[in-house]
Design a protein. Structure first.
Length: 469
């Protein structure tokens, strides 16, 4: 039986990188206001839908490119609808999905203006859009995207078919200030992390003399996972052995997947290989596009080299089969595994991680015997949080936690993290400035309505709704 790489390793890597995205935002909006000032002649396409949903519950997004997490409704009936997306900077798959999301709203809701972070003026992609060989262009930009050097919004400006204007809404002085603070903070990273490591090692020794064997074993597993020394599989197995996650939850699904990886996968793999042969024949006989055939070959190679599981490959084949109008027949076992795979694929990283941390803490709480153990655990949390601050990898929740802790502690060790704290305060100022720039354009009615990149929300009466993603 071949070794199947665990989906948990992918999720773990995804979580680690997702922390980097803090105040990045990309706003989308919908408008049919007359084109006006701001120094450009717009050639916006007319609305393709007569009505943009003011009721967020009516909004739909394909699961494979994004999901709706929370819904807020303004008391102002004339306020635009705004949809917020969270970004994962420099992660190729996330950037490709951003490009798809922009394209989706351009086509389905007539969005023709995208306002972006990281720029303060209009983007002009014409030199690239006029390049004669589109396949070469896509190949080159695809390589840069894989390196994390091209954003989804930039790719959308160049490659999306629907005409749109892309405009930056940064305060450039704040943007440059942020770059300077980032560099200063990073210069101190190594020094701070060494100090935290010394404190952490001392804390681990204290735990050995106070924690119960079961609690110490679990704590060590979780620390190894958070430090990238082990994968999510081990952590989940340890946690589930103490307390099972809520039935039907994504965590419960992950536990089931972890258990599945112990099973003999040979029958599933043999079945998937047969399905792959059927799909390949159907693609060739239906004269499928070169893109589909190349995609099939790439995924088949990944399956053959154990970079993706048989279940993941089967879900991929299902999509190609549909294009080739081929009806697949699969066993009950494979069908169940494919359904789990779809659910695993659709898990939203940040929310899953938050749920995982809450679950892990609830398991640890069930093992605490006294206040002394709780205090040691709280100190671990504090050191971990300071480590993420040192690396500038805070989530929104982490930043709010840091602010409340610093206030309670009277600013202890504040000087050491001066540039780190200033970086995040500047990020908040950038957010306010982008919101202000966005509002100015919406008031003037130039049709310059939002499009930030997966981050935090921003929001005058318009004739239609604004969609912030």
């Amino acid at each position: 039986m071949r070794k199947i790489f665990s989906v948990s390793k992918i999720i773990k890597s995804y979580f680690t990188k997702r922390f980097i995205a803090f105040l990045a935002a990309l706003f989308y909006s919908v408008t049919n206001l007359a084109d006006a000032s701001y120094g450009y002649q717009s050639q916006h396409a007319p609305f393709k839908n007569e009505v943009t949903p003011r009721d967020f519950s009516a909004l739909r997004l394909r699961r494979e490119i994004g999901t709706v997490e929370k819904i807020f409704k303004s008391k102002n009936s004339r306020a635009p609808a705004v949809i917020l997306i969270q970004d994962a900077h420099s992660i190729p798959e996330a950037q490709r999905n951003i490009q798809k999301i922009i394209g989706y709203f351009e086509k389905e809701y007539g969005i023709d203006v995208v306002a972006v972070e990281g720029a303060s003026s209009e983007l002009d992609p014409q030199i690239f859009r006029s390049f004669p060989d589109k396949e070469i262009l896509k190949k080159i930009f695809g390589e840069y995207m894989e390196k994390g050097e091209v954003t989804g919004s930039a790719a959308a400006a160049i490659f999306n078919e629907s005409p749109a204007v892309y405009h930056g809404i940064e305060d450039w002085s704040l943007y440059e200030k942020g770059l300077g603070l980032y560099q200063k903070a990073m210069d101190k990273e190594g020094e701070i992390l060494k100090k935290l490591e010394v404190r952490s090692l001392k804390l681990e020794e204290e735990k050995k003399g106070i924690y119960s064997k079961e609690l110490l074993d679990l704590d060590t597993t979780l620390e190894n996972f958070r430090g990238n020394h082990s994968d999510l599989t081990e952590a989940v197995k340890k946690l589930a052995a103490v307390k099972a996650p809520e039935k039907g939850s994504e965590l419960a699904l992950l536990v089931e997947e972890v258990s599945r990886e112990k099973e003999n996968q040979d029958p599933i793999e043999i079945e998937v290989k047969k399905i792959a042969a059927e799909v390949k024949t159907a693609l060739e006989s239906s004269h499928a596009s070169k893109t589909d055939l190349a995609s099939f070959n790439d995924k088949f190679q990944e399956f053959q080299t154990s970079r993706i599981s048989a279940q993941a490959f089967a879900v991929f084949l299902e999509g190609l089969a549909s294009k080739a109008k081929l009806s697949l027949k699969v066993s009950g076992r494979l069908s169940h595994s494919m359904n789990n795979q779809r659910r695993m694929r659709d898990i939203e990283g940040t929310k899953f991680f938050e749920d995982f941390e809450a679950y892990a803490q609830s398991v640890k709480n069930s093992l605490f015997r006294n206040e002394e153990e709780r205090k040691l655990d709280e100190e671990s949390r504090r050191i971990e949080l300071l480590g993420r601050l040192a690396k500038l990898e805070l989530s929104r929740g982490d930043w709010e936690d840091i602010k409340s802790r610093w206030k309670a502690e009277g600013g202890r060790r504040k000087e050491e993290f001066e540039n780190h704290l200033a970086f995040y305060r500047n990020a908040e100022s950038r957010e306010e400035a982008m919101f202000g720039n966005l509002m100015k354009r919406m008031k003037v009615g130039a049709g310059l309505v939002p499009a930030l990149q997966k981050g935090q929300p921003q929001g005058l009466p318009l004739q239609n709704s604004a969609i912030l993603i």
